[in-house]
Design a protein around this ligand. Sequence first.
Ligand SMILES: Nc1nc2c(c(=O)[nH]1)N[C@@H](CN(C=O)c1ccc(C(=O)N[C@@H](CCC(=O)O)C(=O)O)cc1)CN2
Length: 300
Amino acid sequence: MTGKRIDGKAFAANVRGQVAEHVARLKAEHGITPGLAVVLVGEDPASQVYVRNKGKQTVEVGMNSVEHRLDASTSEAELLALIERLNADPAINGILVQLPLPGHLNSDLVINTIDPAKDVDGFHISNVGLLGTGQKSMVPCTPLGCLMLLRDHFGSLSGRSAVVLGRSNIVGKPMFNLLLRDSCTVTVAHSRTRDIEAVCRQADIVVAAVGRPEMVTGDWLKPGAVVIDVGINRVPAPELGEGRHKIVGDCEFESCAKVAGAITPVPGGVGPMTIACLLANTLTACCRENGLPEPEGLTA
Ligand SMILES: Nc1nc2c(c(=O)[nH]1)N[C@@H](CN(C=O)c1ccc(C(=O)N[C@@H](CCC(=O)O)C(=O)O)cc1)CN2
């Protein structure tokens, strides 16, 4: 490997440490403890792990954690009623509904029922609009984590050319807006982009969020490019034993690392930043709610 390996796990631990310091100060000086409510509908195994980790890390930074685990058959009306109760609960500063939801539930309706001020995922249409128009908003956790890693690496992102691979509402589009706001020249490439390799090869920054295992290879990169791999793909790993699986990103790590100036690994890159930024967003929401200054360096 020639390029620097960006250690998202260590960076996330540092973000959580900063959040914990702010939370301790909020308690000592204002008697306030931020509260995060996480709602899980159904038994998706990966979602169960993420929700458990969110609850554990919330408590570790000194915040209050509330978990609502609902049966997969929960009706839309029941879920919306729970969200309305959480919206009205003064002890709750952040509300997150774990995605994906079971197919009979309308995710857009559910997300848009959350009070935008408590929408720590930044998925509510109001927050999407605020981010898109460069105004103060809640910022989606994974793109915020990518931005923090990039700012840490480069200092200023101004004038850099960035390619975002993928146009999802959760990563691709908010990432585009955040990079643009930091004065990058941004291209969003996707499954219909012509000669996507050539588009990628002109970028100083590549953010890969397509959900296709190891799609990006070293020959797609400009030498020295910084690669942020958002992909989390579970693939068969017969080399580890029969029936075993492993997690890989959207970038083929070995070949990309030979060309890149720096690259995030999977696991241990962007993933841990997602939960760290969720905690940062909950702290930000709590500060805004109480008219207190926002924590520096923990928001976009
Ligand atoms: N409401 C939301 N739902 C989902 C989000 C989200 O931000 N909000 N993101 C993903 C899942 N997710 C958090 O919810 C998440 C995914 C991955 C990781 C992580 O730390 N990954 C590890 C590897 C984990 C593994 O081995 O399986 C890593 O990359 O190192 C944290 C959170 C979808 N749903």
